[in-house]
Design a protein around this ligand. Structure first.
Ligand SMILES: Cc1cc2nc3c(=O)[nH]c(=O)nc-3n(C[C@H](O)[C@H](O)[C@H](O)COP(=O)(O)OP(=O)(O)OC[C@H]3O[C@@H](n4cnc5c(N)ncnc54)[C@H](O)[C@@H]3O)c2cc1C
Length: 433
């Protein structure tokens, strides 16, 4: 990567579905767009999902074409595995200092043949498969990752040299160093998405301690056609679970975790996963422990009703603590509501925590754009112009501005692209006058 200043019309920070849609909409209007993505691949969380509510379309069948369209668009340049160091606006120009992290593989020389990966003797837990499978110490994150460029996990590499020996293009570079470069643009759109609420902090739920307590993204991987086992098995012993439970609001609407807001998508994704599980494990009993169901979008209430008709049980009650039970089972202690209410205990083979969303990026010390009280990027006109931040010419879209589903993310990305396009056009006219 050169250290030269590279000029664009628009900078999109984050290459999830919001960033891809924003970049494509701007690029189709002939603006030159840079996407800066900190991960080794574009695609964000959506490419890691199994199917999506409410249509149950395959997530990668929708996301991969968008990733590919962005990667091949003549007006888009993607900078992956890059960290944004600073984003400043001086006069009408935005300057971003970006660091290309070391992959220890030459991005230009690598042809994605995976010979390095096949010949690497080191197996480590694969975070892309929820930790349920292994990957190598030099690897391409997943089969439809873009770009198809390997990266080395130096912490686990034993420096045996096998990858370098088999690489047909001499792309492996053990001495590669991070490199910084500068991008300039006239406008920027922040699409930095979300991370999960750190549920490890809530010890009552036993996540990380009780092997059959997993999170919702791990369940997405178990349900994905290209998931770790090709079937749904519980992690502790590979048994097909007979009884599965979802715990709602595990990391949302919970002041003890500093997340008092509703993450909006957890009810719907739990219902989706429950429906998919009734197909994948037809004999299993499936229960959702909830406070209230928020089926807020078009067709969502019907989706919820369909899940009940399919036999998914909804138990109104707040789960307080989770303990290990006998033979790998998981014990829930909860306060049931309604006429049979009171403190109760139930046992299940597998438990999924429906985790909430927290902001994926903290702009502090990087960019002067403000955060709201919830730590997501602050929007100054949330009703009539929800993509405006408090810095003129810098816009926001998707979960970067607050929890939302894919439909709302795509709509907002289109709106942000339109705001950015108007801003660029007005600016051009002003300069020409
Ligand atoms: C378990 C689960 C299941 C779900 N299922 C569904 C579903 O079925 N249907 C539905 O409508 N919605 C679903 N959702 C919600 C959906 O995932 C989000 O709406 C969508 O992913 C939001 O996209 P985004 O681009 O805003 O954010 P993200 O997907 O989080 O993408 C943000 C991107 O920005 C990058 N980034 C972050 N910070 C920086 C930085 N500083 N510099 C550079 N890059 C950065 C990240 O690496 C990431 O690639 C689900 C969510 C979860 C957790």
């Amino acid at each position: 990567m050169s250290t030269n200043k590279i000029e664009f019309d628009a900078l999109v920070v984050g290459g999830g579905i919001a960033g891809l849609q924003t970049a494509l909409d701007l690029a189709d209007q002939d603006f030159k767009v840079a996407i800066v993505e900190r991960d080794a691949t574009i695609g964000g969380k959506m490419i890691r999902l199994s199917k999506v509510f409410p249509t149950l379309d395959c997530a990668s069948c929708i996301t991969t074409p968008k990733m590919s369209a962005a990667a091949h668009h003549p007006n888009i340049t993607s900078f992956t595995y890059c960290e944004l160091q600073s984003l400043k606006k001086t006069g009408g120009e935005i300057t971003a200092l970006v660091t290309q992290k070391a992959r220890f593989v030459d991005e230009i020389k690598c042809i994605g043949c995976r010979q390095c990966e096949y010949n690497c003797p080191v197996f480590v837990s694969d975070e892309e498969q929820g930790g349920f499978a292994a990957r190598k110490a030099i690897y391409i994150p997943f089969s439809n990752a873009i770009p198809q460029v390997a990266l080395m996990d130096v912490e686990n590499c034993t420096l045996c040299g096998k990858c370098a020996k088999v690489c047909p293009t001499n792309a492996v570079d053990y001495f590669q160093k991070p490199e910084s470069f500068t991008l300039t643009a006239k406008t920027a759109v922040i699409t930095t998405g979300f991370e999960f609420t750190p549920v490890e902090d809530k010890q009552q739920y036993g996540y990380g301690e009780i092997p059959n307590v997993i999170n919702a993204l791990q369940m997405e991987r178990l349900l994905a056609p290209h998931g770790p086992y090709n079937r749904v098995l519980r992690p502790s012993d590979g048994m097909e679970p007979d009884s599965i439970a979802f715990i709602q609001c595990a990391g949302s609407r919970d002041k003890s975790m500093g997340v008092s807001y509703c993450s909006r998508v957890c009810c719907m994704y739990a219902i989706k996963q429950a429906m998919l599980l009734s197909g994948a494990v037809p004999m299993a009993d499936i229960a959702i422990y909830y406070m209230d169901i928020r089926a807020f979008g078009k067709g969502y209430e019907q989706f919820y009703q369909n899940s009940k008709a399919m036999g998914v049980e909804f138990i109104k009650g707040k789960v307080a603590t989770i303990d290990p039970g006998e033979n790998g089972s998981v014990k829930l202690h909860y306060e049931a509501q309604g006429k049979d209410g009171g403190v109760k205990t139930a046992e299940h083979d597998l438990v999924i925590l429906s985790l909430g969303m927290v902001a994926g990026w903290n702009p502090e010390n990087v960019c002067a754009v403000s955060k709201g009280d919830d730590a997501f990027i602050k929007t100054i006109q949330p009703k009539i112009a929800p993509t405006l931040t408090d810095m003129e010419g810098i816009f926001v879209a998707g979960v970067a501005a607050g929890p939302k589903d894919i439909v709302d993310t795509i709509v907002e990305a289109g709106a942000a692209a339109m705001e950015a396009s108007n801003y660029l056009t007005k600016r051009r006219r002003k300069l020409a006058a």
